[in-house]
Design a binder for this molecule. Sequence first.
Ligand code: G
Ligand code: G
Ligand code: MN
Ligand code: NA
Length: 250
Amino acid sequence: LSVELELNKALKNGELVLFYQPIVDLTTSKPIGFEALIRWQHPEKGLIFPDAFIPVAEQSNLITEIGYWVLEAACKALPNFPPHIHISINVSARQFMDPQLATRMKQIIYQYHATPNRITLEITETLLIENIEQVVSSLKNLRDFGLGISVDDFGTGHSSLSKLKVMPISTLKVDRAFIMDLPDNKEDKELTEAILVMAQKLQLKVVAEGVETAEQRDFLVANQCNFGQGYYFSKPVPLDHALAYTERIL
Ligand code: G
Ligand code: G
Ligand code: MN
Ligand code: NA
């Protein structure tokens, strides 16, 4: 059986699950939200990570169906979290080829009585350079509905800085590549500082990704980076662990 066929079956059989990684306020370590990250609970092979199946799904319309499943699962999980907590979901570029994207996402959110401003979409920079009318129109539609829009892995793609200003974006997620060698690496230090200053001027929130040490956290706080995510706080965990994390810290 090809991975694609197996994955299609997995989707129907309920073998896909969401794990959750906290996004914290760096000064207090309290979670402000969670990023939902998909896993495949395979009956024989055990837990399969997204790198092994998302690229396959992205080669077909399967990513569209998986994307709607992810939003639905996030909407179902949302009432379990305290009301100030949001959930971020990853949306692949290919999902924007679906002209019904905004309409169907809104339907799912209505269906589960989810509050739109408790859901954030994580998109990648590559989506922004393509600048297809459809992408911009879907994003604006969803932003106007109340969803947050984050640019994931910021700094690794080729985003045009001028587009950042006109795109309906609320948050930059600075890629782990810039964070991992902080605070010793001079270049990464300067690049991170520059990104933080730029984000402040554009009135964008910043989430530092891949925070693994107290030194990285301290550097980020000293440079007015408000939010972070990484193994220093927690790795992605199942829903019950994520809920326990919320209670432990609050
Ligand atoms: O922990 P991690 O191995 O979860 O994630 C690996 C990659 O898979 C990340 O780049 C992440 O963006 C991607 N990914 C995780 N969950 C999803 C999802 O629900 N949809 C899409 N499109 N990508 C995802
Ligand atoms: O591409 P995206 O940012 O959506 O995916 C997040 C990926 O980064 C996931 O694979 C997640 O497990 C991983 N991740 C999250 N925090 C850390 C961290 O502190 N260190 C490392 N090495 N990876 C992380
Ligand atoms: Mn992400
Ligand atoms: Na990222």
